[in-house]
Design a protein around this ligand. Structure first.
Ligand code: SF4
Length: 463
């Protein structure tokens, strides 16, 4: 396992193949996410100013990236003035060590956590578990995948790949619910009772951060379940982990992002809870950990810096035909889908070199992105970087070189069609065999009787 989150050696295509063995699940996963995408479309259409909001969000984020250093220092100063302890972590190792030190200083061995993709990126749960700290994820979807021993498969809908019957079996095993029960109301009530015990007894609560406001030093956490608020209100110590790109300049900018975030994520007008944390209440400690983990390297890269504008709404996943039919785990990184496929290679181009190829480049991700990230352009650019660095397989390189020679040599190109048709007719096994991954999922059509060039010459003459 790499530090950045590769969960093994299988690439996206191989993992997608495993997901595709259950055809029923693939169809249902695809349809469910498309349903969420359609809700997003309806919510966006209800706002005549939708495109203006996207433009405003994009402009604000560009300004943040251009002045990140200053906004971070302003945020630190204001947060400290509010009585918050600010920590800086250069990478995942430092982040995990800081969080562990705060927990150790509090003298506890358990903690509740609300959803934070940054802690997934840093593999915090595994790290703390090895140190004897019990971490309970309190977002329902996160708790389900945690009980199953899996990472989330989607940044907003972490267990979207699970059916309610399977969740019933999981809860019967771990929470003692009635075997065979799959009623969502019953299962949710059981999870609530189970989580409540942990909320009541945890003196440390960790949350992610959706937005840090430089002007005031406050930060905002958006949830639909209120689990972040409950954990923080009952704990003596609040740890908030924030990627440095989550800064926005002023409180007045929050309205732009809050209106875009929930509509893009689930089609809701706003998340159920948008909680503002500014200063510790009496007797409470608040720590904020500002994490780089490769972000400043990306900031210095003109082609890829815009990926830092991401507000983690998940809309690009819901719309992506490849994500919907390959599942989040096929991306083997904390953040799946199109945005994961442009973030992960920035951390390790070799380990995640397969991800930019997991796309049709249809551009739907770019179309729905509320902060106007040029996602499909970046996917295309990453492919070029990965090929240049030599991180694609030898067979793919050889095939591409052959193709380049054929396409750039008119005489070869003219004859290639004829030779190809001849081969497919006389030796179909040469093309249609188990070593050809394209053929494994498809039926090869019969070779055409003529090449397009010949057909064109003939028909053009007739016309
Ligand atoms: S890249 Fe855009 S659409 Fe995808 S999660 Fe980030 S903000 Fe949302």
């Amino acid at each position: 396992m790499t530090q950045q989150g590769s969960h093994g050696q299988l690439d996206h295509a191989e993992r997608a193949e495993a997901f595709n063995r259950d055809a029923g699940r693939v169809d249902w996963h695809d349809e469910t996410l498309w349903f969420v995408r359609a809700k997003r479309d309806r919510a966006a259409k209800l706002l005549p100013e939708w495109e203006a909001l996207r433009e405003a969000a994009s402009t604000i984020k560009h300004n943040v990236l251009d002045n990140l250093h200053d906004y971070l220092l302003e945020f630190e100063k204001q947060a400290q003035a509010n009585g918050v302890t600010v920590h800086w972590a250069e990478n995942a190792t430092e982040h995990n060590a800081i969080v562990y030190k705060i927990i150790s200083d509090a003298g506890v061995t358990n903690m509740v956590k609300s959803k934070s993709m940054l802690t997934e990126e840093c593999h915090l749960n595994d790290f703390l578990l090895a140190k004897g700290i019990d971490v309970i994820d309190t977002d329902l979807g996160e708790r389900i995948v945690q009980l199953a021993g899996e990472p989330p498969s989607h940044i907003v809908l972490p267990c979207i790949h699970w059916k309610k019957e399977e969740i019933g079996e999981l809860f019967a095993k771990h929470l003692g619910t009635t075997p065979g029960a799959s009623d969502p109301g019953y299962l949710t009530a059981s999870a609530r009772a189970h989580l409540r015990q942990h909320f009541m007894t945890s003196r440390v609560a960790l949350t992610g951060v959706n937005f840090g406001v430089a002007e005031t030093g406050e930060f905002v956490v958006c949830t639909n379940e209120g689990n972040a608020d409950l954990g923080v209100q009952l704990a003596d110590v609040h740890i908030a982990c924030m990627g440095i790109e989550k800064i926005i300049p002023k409180r007045e900018h929050l309205g732009v992002f809050l209106r875009l975030l929930a509509r893009s994520a689930t089609g809701q007008p706003v998340t159920t809870y948008s909680s503002h944390f500014r200063r510790p209440r009496k007797g409470q400690q608040v720590h904020i950990v500002l994490v780089d983990n490769g972000r400043t390297t990306r900031l210095a890269s003109p082609d890829f810096r815009n990926a830092l504008k991401c507000i983690r709404c998940g809309a690009c996943m819901n719309t992506c035909p490849v994500y919907r039919r390959s599942g989040g785990h096929s991306y083997h990184y904390a953040v799946a889908g199109p945005i994961g496929a442009i973030l992960a290679p920035g951390l390790d181009a070799k380990a995640f070199g397969d991800l930019p190829f997991a796309s049709t480049l249809c551009g739907s991700c770019t179309y729905v992105c509320p902060v106007k990230i040029d996602i499909h352009d970046q996917l295309y650019k990453w492919r070029q970087v990965i090929v240049k660095e030599g991180y694609v397989t030898a067979s793919k390189t050889a095939a591409m070189n052959t193709m380049a020679t054929v396409l750039s040599t008119p005489s070869l190109f003219r004859n290639a069609g004829g030779v190809g048709r001849w081969l497919m007719r006389l030796l179909p096994g040469l093309v249609n065999n188990r070593f050809n991954p394209w053929y494994r999922q498809r039926e090869m059509p019969k070779p055409p009787t003529t090449t397009f060039q010949n057909w064109y010459k003939e028909n053009r003459r007739k016309a």
